[in-house]
Design a protein around this ligand. Structure first.
Ligand code: NDP
Length: 484
């Protein structure tokens, strides 16, 4: 097996095993084969991870930002030099095709490390004159020990997107991957040590929700950053509130992608496909409600069907494969049940809709047309390769319908009229929007959701607000004027 981690957890600078924890089997989604057997972290291991993070954080925060940056740059360099090996592991962990993981996962993790390594040394405070020669200066301080909890769709990227800003600004992290994809974050932890990070700065503990919950409420923890579903977000947010902890919540979505009649047909279809089928549809910001203006509808559907049916589905480790299986059998069943609901509610199946007759959790890329706003497939996050196409007539109408959801993660618009593009983007109730593009998330740009899709932002300058706090220091330059 390719460069597997050697134990379940990575704590205080080394791999750690404790078979007393409940077993976790890591299954390769393309074959059903168990590729690794791990164990959940026991309370004693969780305690060790937090204690080592608390210790390492003090030492790390005392370094000059350029010294911290040097370690992150080195980690990025190691990640890039091992891109193939890490991509193969990502593929085994998730079932996503190597064609994707070679360009989208480890490399985006390295981007985040490079970006925040460059950013950290530029962070300064302010000097604020307050009259009479007195002044206040501000210091951006690290929060302390941060907890990262990840979803299963992007295990390397999620670990890096959380670790990069946290570590760059002087924090330590204990990260819990999804139990479904436990392997990749361990490699990230191993690489930080190789790059010169102090032992304990970035720890990985495995486990299901209960392990995550035990991290969130520990008094040593200053911040929790979760990537997951809205129901989990509600629980974690509430648990973090008990200790008034900082939170970042990157949650689910049901994002609109609006295509006007004047849009480039091929570009809009390409974006709709990327925004529904990339990573077998398992992407939080996917544009799963595709609103197509009526004048373009039939041409859009005909060409989309043609392109969707040409997608190469197969063994993810084969670089010619464009689409792999769903991450688990459970996720496949959940998506199939949504497809049944779509049919039962009267949506028109344009293509796909069935499981592939082969081993592994394979599903055809699926497109429904004539979807209406009230259908379950237009309201609930499916998290699979299922595109819902809805018709519309006017800009005003489509904006209201696009915003008619409790989610607010992302939104996109395709049009040749740039004034309209900006107008629609301004009207979207979503944290991350695209005009004539979809699902591009460079590390330089803040990413995150509004409404039920989350609070806080990852990436960009915005991340500074979420991994530091401001201390104000008032400097008295005058005699103290006390009235008594
Ligand atoms: P879940 O919400 O089921 O799980 C997310 C993580 O939280 C997992 O590691 C899970 O552990 C853990 N967890 C579960 N319960 C608790 C708890 N009570 N306390 C602490 N941690 C807990 O999400 P999925 O893993 O199924 O991922 C899919 C979801 O993630 C989708 O809704 C998707 O939209 C969202 N997502 C959001 C992104 C964003 O940036 N906005 C990006 C990617 C995905 P375990 O799995 O081991 O039970």
């Amino acid at each position: 097996m390719r460069a597997q981690p050697t134990a379940s957890h990575f704590i205080d600078g080394q791999y750690v095993e404790d078979t007393a924890g409940a077993p976790i089997e890591c299954v390769y989604a393309a074959t059903g084969e168990v590729i690794a057997r791990l164990h959940e972290a026991t309370p004693a291991l969780v305690d060790r991870a937090l204690a080592s993070a608390a210790r390492a954080q003090k030492e790390w925060a005392a370094l000059r930002p350029v010294e911290r940056a040097r370690v992150l740059h080195k980690a990025a360099e190691i990640i890039r030099s091992r891109n193939r090996e890490l991509s193969e592991l990502e593929t085994l962990d998730t079932g996503k095709p190597l064609q994707e993981t070679l360009v989208a996962d480890a490399s985006s993790g390295a981007d985040a490390l490079e970006y925040f390594a460059g950013f950290a040394p530029t962070v300064t405070g302010q000097t604020v004159p307050v009259g009479g020669g007195d002044f206040v200066y501000t210091i951006r301080e690290a929060l302390g020990v941060c907890v990262g909890i990840g979803a299963w769709n992007y295990p390397t990227q999620i670990a890096c997107w959380k670790a990069a800003p946290a570590l760059a600004f002087g924090n330590a992290m204990v990260f819990k991957p999804s139990e479904v994809t436990p392997l990749c974050a361990l490699k990230v932890a191993e690489i930080f040590i190789e790059a010169g990070a102090p032992a304990g700065l970035f720890n990985v503990v495995q486990g299901r929700g209960a392990v995550g919950a035990s991290l969130v409420t520990d008094p040593r923890v200053a911040k929790v950053s979760l990537t997951g579903s809205v129901p989990t977000g509600r629980k974690v947010y509430a648990a973090a509130a008990e200790g008034i902890r900082h939170v970042t919540m990157e949650l689910g979505g049901k994002s609109p992608l609006v295509v006007f009649d004047d849009a480039s047909l091929e570009d809009a279809i390409g974006a709709a496909m990327l925004g529904n089928f990339y990573s077998t549809g398992q992407i939080c910001s996917n544009g799963t409600r595709v609103f197509v203006q009526k004048g373009l509808k039939e041409r859009f559907l005909a060409r989309l069907k043609e392109r969707a049916e040409a997608i190469v589905i197969g063994e993810p480790l084969d670089e010619a494969t464009q689409m792999g299986p769903m991450v688990t059998e459970d996720q496949l069943s959940k998506v199939l049940s949504y497809i049944e609901k779509g049919k039962a509610e009267g949506a028109r199946l344009i293509t796909g809709g069935a499981r592939l007759d082969r081993a592994g959790n394979y599903l055809q890329p699926t497109v429904f047309a004539d979807v209406t706003d009230d259908m379950v497939i237009a309201r609930e996050e499916i998290f699979g390769p299922v595109m819902a196409i809805l018709d519309f007539d006017t800009e005003e109408e489509v904006i209201a319908r696009a915003n008619g959801t409790d989610f607010g993660l992302a939104a996109g618009v395709f049009t040749a009229d740039m004034a309209r593009g900006h107008r629609v983007a301004a009207a979207f109730e979503a944290g991350t929007c695209w005009i004539n593009a979809y699902n591009l998330t460079p590390v330089e740009a803040p990413f995150g959701g509004s409404k039920l899709s989350g609070v806080g932002r990852e990436n960009g300058h915005a991340a500074l607000e979420h991994y530091t706090q401001i201390k104000s220091v008032y400097v008295g330059m005058n005699p103290v004027d006390a009235p008594y």
